[in-house]
Design a protein around this ligand. Sequence first.
Ligand code: MG
Ligand code: MG
Ligand code: MG
Length: 307
Amino acid sequence: MDKTLIFGHKSPDTDSIMSALVMANLENYLSKDTAVPCRLGEINKETAYALKYFKVQAPKYLDNVSNGDSVILVDHNEFSQSVNGIETAKILKVVDHHRICGFQTSEPLFYMSEPVGCTCTILYELYKMNNIEINPTIAGLMLSAIISDTLLLKSPTTTIKDEKALKELEKIAGIDVNSYGLDMLKAGTNLDEYTAEQLISLDAKNVDINGNSVVIAQVNTVNIEDVMKNKVALEKAINNTITEKNLDLFMFVITDILNSNSQTIALGRRIDLVEKAYKIKLENNTAFLPGIVSRKKQILPILQENV
Ligand code: MG
Ligand code: MG
Ligand code: MG
């Protein structure tokens, strides 16, 4: 029996971890090959809370793939966010909800992409399409991902499909989504033990914006000031990363999940992209971004429009 490695993006968030687990469970019904859920980085505190709550083990860590390995990508498609060696792997499937960028394969594949709030919402549909029962544990993993990606349905990325899936999954899992969801999100805002270097890489994405090499990193908090207390150390870590990776822009976004606002610290030779995008002037490398919570919908495309 062959095995198929299933993983989400680097700096995995709850959706990337849960989608790998949930997709592996689905593959075990659909395929003769053994599906192995994997992760490309450390489990964050929010995800750890959810895994513990539903008593599920984290996927195993995967550093790289090699020639001919069969893989399934979930919650991403950009090679810059994927496993080391992805160019040499055989991509069997992709299930994702991001822009498609720089994606190419030499063979046909299954590719399912929808502009919904969460990859697990698409996986929920895939279970339905294939008539596979969703057990309470799988439902718990899926709903955790939906809560995480949509900030309890408050993010502008939220669609009716996410709302419907969450409602249905709440019934199957037999929990109260609102109180569980708030606890889970809050678990992810406990940032005390992280160094500045860790904070800027917890949820960081490498993106190419019209030839500019950009990292957009995000942390969730219930108190922006708490994170901004470490501004000097954060700036130092960001500047080191810019030098190391020769970046044009590093945008660090601190998101207040209770009030749905963000504060950004932006550094690099193309900070003008941020200033133009939001019609703001950075002061001491920072600015408040009212109403901004979604990298996918309110940051990445807006930067792109303003290059
Ligand atoms: Mg993700
Ligand atoms: Mg996602
Ligand atoms: Mg995310």
